[in-house]
Design a binder for this molecule. Structure first.
Ligand SMILES: O=C(O)CCC(=O)C(=O)O
Ligand SMILES: [Fe+2]
Length: 307
């Protein structure tokens, strides 16, 4: 019988208390996925297990504990600092048509969303191709490739709660807005996120509504108001440690909550790797800003003005 090691973090997300008791539990192949808590942190092995698949199908997300080491997390963080320095000296405003989100921090420019990082860093490019991610690629679809120059590439977000922050949080959305914008049903799409910082309830971070990936087209359009920020009673907090990997279905409603902390202690960095199976559509310096980026920006602007 298949045996799988599971880490469980008990978090009372609903009541927003902070009782986190990580426990390692042995789970055999016959485990009933309904019996697993939503706070389950799985271990990524050589293949995705049936239990992991069932959890993803039911809830629309998965958390894998400590997939990257601290030294890999540090490597990514320092590559970001280098890329930021280069972009500052070049006065860059966008990459391949995708706008850069610049904030300020201690009166210095601070880049809060880095698209296409693997184009600017060989180390990141190698890292996202590591063998340990092969089961994740297979989960997306056989033959899935890393879209270094497609969509927004390997994106890194840096959320921070400081006065000049352009990006302390991100309101409710599904990742299918682009397709909805073109009035077509988003295809099943998995988002693979690597989390560089410890993130508990107070740190804000990823909130999602489990099971909301099954809602269909209208639910994705109108299930919630895009880019609003309120707490939803169905939401859960995804608690992460540096190096944790999350998989979430792009049709799931999710948001990023603002940190209750301020300054350096509020920094949260997440890296999203696009694994793609559709036709190859690379971008370059002549690529135009996609229309849905304007739609997203307009919604965020309207929200700022009208509340
Ligand atoms: O930072 C995260 O974990 C989520 C970011 C996100 O949802 C997005 O960029 O679409
Ligand atoms: Fe998202």
């Amino acid at each position: 019988m298949m045996t799988e090691l599971k880490t469980v973090t008990e978090t009372k997300a609903k009541t927003h208390t902070k009782t986190e008791v990580p426990v390692d539990v042995e789970v055999d192949g016959s485990v009933d996925v309904d019996a697993l808590p939503l706070t389950t942190r799985f271990t990524l092995g050589p293949r995705i297990t049936p239990v992991q698949r069932a959890f993803l199908k039911k809830h629309g997300f998965l958390v894998f504990a400590k997939v990257a080491s601290q030294s890999e997390v540090d490597m990514i963080a320092s590559e970001l600092d280098r890329i930021e320095r280069d972009f500052i000296s070049e006065g860059k405003k966008s990459v391949f048509g995708i706008p850069l989100f610049w904030g300020t921090r201690q009166n210095q420019p601070f880049l809060q969303r880095f698209p296409f990082t693997s184009v600017f860093s060989e180390k990141i490019r190698d890292f996202v191709r590591d063998d340990r991610f092969a089961p994740i690629r297979d989960l997306v679809g056989s033959g899935a490739r890393v879209g270094d120059r497609e969509k927004d590439g390997v994106v890194v977000n840096r959320y921070i709660n400081v006065p000049g922050s352009a990006y302390p949080r991100l309101g409710w959305h599904t990742d299918g807005l682009r397709d909805l914008f073109y009035l077509r049903m988003p295809k099943e799409m998995l988002n693979i996120g690597l989390h560089l910082d410890f993130c508990d309830e107070d740190q804000g971070g990823l909130r999602l509504i489990p099971g909301s990936h099954t809602q269909g087209f209208w639910g994705m359009c109108f299930g919630k108001i895009y880019y609003t920020n309120g707490v939803d009673e169905r939401e859960i907090t995804v608690v992460t440690e540096p190096g944790d990997l999350t998989v979430h279905d792009g049709r799931l409603w999710h948001r990023v909550e603002k940190s209750k902390r301020t300054g350096q202690a509020s920094l949260r960095r997440s890296m999203y790797v696009p694994y793609l199976t559709d036709a190859y559509q690379p971008k370059d310096d002549t690529s135009k800003t996609p229309l849905y980026h304007y739609a997203g920006a307009a919604l965020r602007f309207a929200k700022r003005i009208f509340g």
